[in-house]
Design a binder for this molecule. Structure first.
Ligand SMILES: Nc1nc2c(c(=O)[nH]1)N[C@H]1C(S)=C(S)[C@@H](COP(=O)(O)OP(=O)(O)OC[C@H]3O[C@@H](n4cnc5c(N)ncnc54)[C@H](O)[C@@H]3O)O[C@H]1N2
Ligand code: MOO
Length: 640
């Protein structure tokens, strides 16, 4: 029985990395492979040209080959006539130049008088339009040094030089061992408590991308003997080992003890999050990296420690990510003494890169998938204020980020449809959305942190949507309120509407359990207005204080209670198979700066919004209508 290990170290990441790199004693092997398959491979030795290219004097143009010295008298006033086979021959591009000829005249500069006579009015200079032997490659020249990563054009040079096979560094074999009793192989039945093993596939493909050769092991149970057996076997057959999960302080986290028993543990725990509980050690002369189970922690730890080993084996430098300075759209808090890796969405707004953090939960794979970049907060920094500038490492090409439309405010299903329709017509464009609610959306526009925000805010006094809020919160700014959708708000009720709820009074009279939305939500404002109009008090509503943060959460609550009732949008009721009784049409509009409104990007969006295909898609959801023929309101002009 192993004692549970409770305390992990907080070793600086680079210290841990240098130690494991030093412990990884490599003797890279060479292999001879066909040149046609050598893309991305690393040359194992310098490569020399066995012969020159071209290997003969070749014509560089279509024309005639002449002896330059015999053309010197040619002049406009003194045209020179040359005879075929004696004073000239015809040549095409690439043809060998026969002796004694030493120059080519382009066919355009030749007057053909008859089948075997031409006239020229300009002399040729020796070697004009001839590619001499070795113009491209000289015999014995070094084509590539050792450690060169072969690109498509490099393969061309090798083949042209007759080198049909090439000596490259063998790919390091990396054993990938997933562990855990809760794991099942992909495709197997997933009973509650079972998790499909997917980290292994991700690791294998990262390793492939970096130039290694992964060997994905089947799942190993959390049993010390099984883990030991897998590690020992892998230590014989691989250059290094990546073992996943069981790295922390849980009751079944044996890995660290096993590595200790079989060899040495250099590190257990680095000062970086997520990814902290990493294990670095060696058994049987083979380096082992124990990466945490949580996917995002795992991917980061793999990159910190496995990538340098692959690069060391191949003898290539570790690539660095492109960095860009961004303005932070939100405050970022970080722990003192440890690095924090924050996944960020990035957009290009008003000539500046703006970034917002995604969730920091290490189990949310989509946060890594959706991230445009990583903000690495150093150990001695406790965070950044909103609006501060910081440097972010990019996970996507800069162009992709530059072309993204930053959407914020209240989320709606139709924004995803809009995004995919946009991508269909302009492959380089996309919408990146962060959902912060209508009010925060308006503030983001005010601070120049997004291009466009979706809002639906009812003014209880004027009974109008959106305009009064925009006037108040964006006073004096050059913004446009663009009418977009009407969506049906209504009662969300158990299937068949057993309590026969028709209006707000019925909630009280028929004893329904209401499910409310959080303060500030558009739907909450609507409900309070309905109460006031009916002369009812919040205290009279059972469940008024039960607050949910989304339409779907309300619907889920209603589904679990035969007397439940909520207020929300139709698609939420439909998704849960519930009854929907319409109450009002809510106006969901877009607010944006005037410069974005006038941009090509928005013109394209507007075109899509009003296209028959998009309208049909939106109406198919149910409870939605695209607003037609309504004038966008330009706010600053109104104020002037
Ligand atoms: N008391 C403490 N508990 C934990 C600590 C700590 O310091 N003290 N650290 C936490 C941190 S941080 C992390 S990260 C995790 C690491 O846990 P393990 O490496 O022991 O991993 P497991 O608990 O076995 O798995 C966690 C989780 O990861 C998913 N998983 C695992 N393997 C796979 C796979 N092959 N494919 C897909 N997903 C996988 C799975 O959802 C597991 O539930 O520990 C914290 N706890
Ligand atoms: O630090 Mo753990 O590695 O968050 O997920």
């Amino acid at each position: 029985m192993y004692k549970r290990k409770i305390y992990l170290e907080d070793k600086p990441r680079f210290e841990a990395r240098d130690e494991i790199l030093a412990a990884f004693e490599v003797t890279p092997e060479k292999e001879l492979i066909p040149t046609v398959d050598a893309l991305g491979r690393v040359t194992a030795e310098p490569i020399f040209a066995p012969f020159s290219t071209p290997h003969y004097h070749a014509s560089a143009m279509d024309g005639v080959a002449v002896v330059a010295e015999s053309t010197y008298t040619a002049h406009e006033q003194n045209p020179l006539h040359l005879k075929l086979g004696v004073q000239f021959v015809h040549v095409d591009t690439g043809n060998a130049i026969p002796s004694p000829f030493n120059a080519v005249i382009m066919i355009e500069h030749v007057q053909v008088l008859d089948d075997d006579t031409i006239e020229i009015i300009e002399p040729a200079t020796p070697w004009q339009h001839i590619r001499p032997i070795g113009e491209d490659i000289v015999q014995e020249e070094m084509l590539f040094p050792q450690g060169h990563v072969l690109r498509p054009a490099d393969l061309g040079v090798l083949i042209a030089s007759g080198l049909l096979s090439v000596a490259v560094v063998k790919k390091p074999v990396v054993a990938v061992i997933p562990t855990g009793n809760e794991l099942v192989e992909p495709g197997q039945e997933m009973a509650p408590g079972k998790i499909v093993e997917f980290n292994g596939t991700v690791f294998a493909n990262f390793i492939k991308e970096w130039g290694g050769e992964p060997r994905l092991h089947r799942i190993v149970k959390d049993e010390p003997e099984k883990i030991k057996e897998a590690l020992l076997e892998a230590s014989e057959t691989s250059d290094f080992i990546v073992i996943n999960a069981g790295s922390s302080a849980g009751r079944k986290d044996y890995t660290v003890h096993i590595i200790q028993e079989l060899g040495t543990v250099y590190t257990h725990g680095v000062a970086a999050r997520p990814g902290k509980p990493v294990i670095l050690g060696k058994i049987n002369g083979t380096v082992v990296i124990g990466v945490p189970g949580y996917p995002v922690s795992a991917y980061l730890a793999l990159e910190w420690f496995a990538r340098p080993l692959v690069c060391k084996y191949l003898g290539v430098p570790e690539p660095e990510r492109q960095k860009v300075t961004v303005k932070l759209g939100r405050r970022i808090v970080s722990s003192m003494g440890a690095e924090d890796f924050v996944r960020m969405n990035i957009g290009f707004v008003n000539g500046q890169f703006v970034a917002n953090p995604l969730t920091r939960a290490a189990g949310v794979t989509m946060s890594y998938v959706r991230a445009d970049g990583l903000l690495v907060v150093p150990p001695d920094v406790i965070g950044y204020e909103q609006g501060e500038l910081a440097e972010v490492e990019l996970l996507r090409p800069l162009e992709e980020i530059r072309n993204a439309i930053m959407f914020t405010g209240s989320h709606d299903l139709t924004i995803d449809l809009l995004s995919s329709a946009l991508k269909q017509v302009r492959t380089e464009m996309k919408i990146v959305s962060s959902h912060v609610g209508s009010m925060a959306g308006i503030m983001a526009i005010r601070k120049g942190e997004a291009h466009v925000a979706g809002i639906h805010l009812l003014d209880p006094e004027t009974k109008q949507y959106n305009i009064s809020y925009v006037r108040r919160l964006l006073a004096g700014q050059e913004v446009v309120l663009y009418p977009f959708l009407k969506r049906k708000q209504g009662w969300i009720l158990p299937a068949g509407n057993p309590l026969e709820i028709r209006d707000v009074r019925d909630l009280v009279e028929k004893g329904a359990n209401f499910v409310n939305r959080q303060k500030g939500a558009g739907t909450r404002i609507l409900f309070d207005m309905l109460l006031e109009e009916a002369g009812l008090e919040p205290e009279g509503i059972a469940g008024y204080d039960r607050e949910m943060f989304s339409h779907l959460a309300v619907a889920a609550e209603v589904k679990s209670d035969a007397c439940g009732a909520g207020l929300g949008i139709y698609p939420a009721a439909k998704a849960m198979g519930l009854e929907f009784v319409p109450v009002s049409d809510e106006e969901y509009d877009l607010v944006m700066t005037r410069s974005f409104y006038e941009s090509e990007q928005f013109k394209l969006l507007a075109e899509i919004i009003h296209s028959p295909a998009f309208k049909a898609q939106v109406e198919k959801i149910g409870g939605y209508q695209v607003v037609e023929n309504a004038e966008p309101k330009r706010l600053a002009e109104e104020v002037k």
